[in-house]
Design a protein. Sequence first.
Length: 114
Amino acid sequence: MKITSLLDNISYSDHHPSAQVLIHNDHSKEIRIVFREGQEMKAHKAPYPIVIEIVEGFIDLGVEGVRHPLPKGSLVSLESHIVHDLKAAADSIVRLSLYKNDQPDRVQQVIKDN
């Protein structure tokens, strides 16, 4: 068993979103991504299904060219290979759930490529 918090030890970056793996087990990976207002993750796609939860703040989610405003508490499920992007309309905390075969390094690469 592992107990962690989405709200503890948050470290924002001034230039790009910041991601941290909070839980990594045989079934999934749980990643916290923190955004300062205006920061974004440009269009990308995941090789497996993902779930995005808005823990704090407000995210403008683009899915295949359509914008979706997501306030705190929103939960989104995306199938694999769906092009999407995220832009923070306010300082935000996002929980990203990855399928067991997906790699957290892929998320870091998307952030780095912004």
